[in-house]
Design a protein around this ligand. Sequence first.
Ligand SMILES: NC(=O)CC[C@H](N)C(=O)O
Length: 315
Amino acid sequence: MTVEGLPTTEARRLLPVLREIADEVGPGAGRQGRVADYIPALSGVDPAAFGFAVAGVDGEVLGVDGWRTPFSIQSVSKVFSLALALAGGGESLWARVGREPSGNPFNSLVQLEHEDGIPRNPFINAGALVVTDRLLTLTGDARGAVLDLLRAESGNPDIDFDPDVARSEAARGDRNAALAHFMAGYGNLENPVAHVLEHYFWQCSIAMSCRDLAAAGLFLARHGLRGDGSRLLDRSAAKRINSIMLTCGAYDAAGEFAYRVGLPGKSGVGGGILAVVPGRCTLCVWSPALDRHGNSVAGVDALDRFTTLTGLSVF
Ligand SMILES: NC(=O)CC[C@H](N)C(=O)O
């Protein structure tokens, strides 16, 4: 029981652990790694920023330091577009994208030719472009569908795209354009390349805080149930997304992430990482300085310490 006599929630119980970790990791944030600058609009972010939030399956969200500061969610959006594509279109997606770790950088082209235009998994860029294409076919507005889901599940209607980030990425989008055109050449896109790219860039540009992302990801900890009690995914689909996050969520460092953290997680080059403790809670950590794989240095460190201190991993 807490001092107020209310039952201790998961978030309240874990908040002191987040505080302890932030005191250890936060002061060093930005000393190792580099902020992503291949998307120019991301390059001005403070490398020393740090935020950490925990959301219990009851919906309570608490956090420390910069947990309410919005940042560019980038590839963390890939979890939500995948959830919507599976919820709306089912298993047929898997004819067009695989479920194996790639072992290659998130924007790599090399595997695609060997594997006939079928991306290894939905969390590398090529795979996410296929998922966006599927969502476009299903909804007519992939980026709008992702934004609506994020607003609804976080309970924050003010979440929005960042047009500067979206335009900046489009202006430097040659690699993603190459991936999309290459897959179109293999017949693995249903919509025009320019349309798919636009929706992908805008979806990546969404700005959210650790608070909002931890809350929005709770359906993954609730085995597919949304905040209003309705079902987004059946239990099996939720399990599968968590599994792919564990094996593919940190690009070509997914093995190292699983080794150190032991949780399903998805990182983005904005420095955010969403992690899931199924049945218990979600965590979102943010610190913009990245390692050479594109994962937040302080973010992975914080999650590593979290599972070490609490024993809350899937193993
Ligand atoms: N790893 C990432 O977060 C990459 C996302 C970024 N929008 C890109 O396509 O390059």
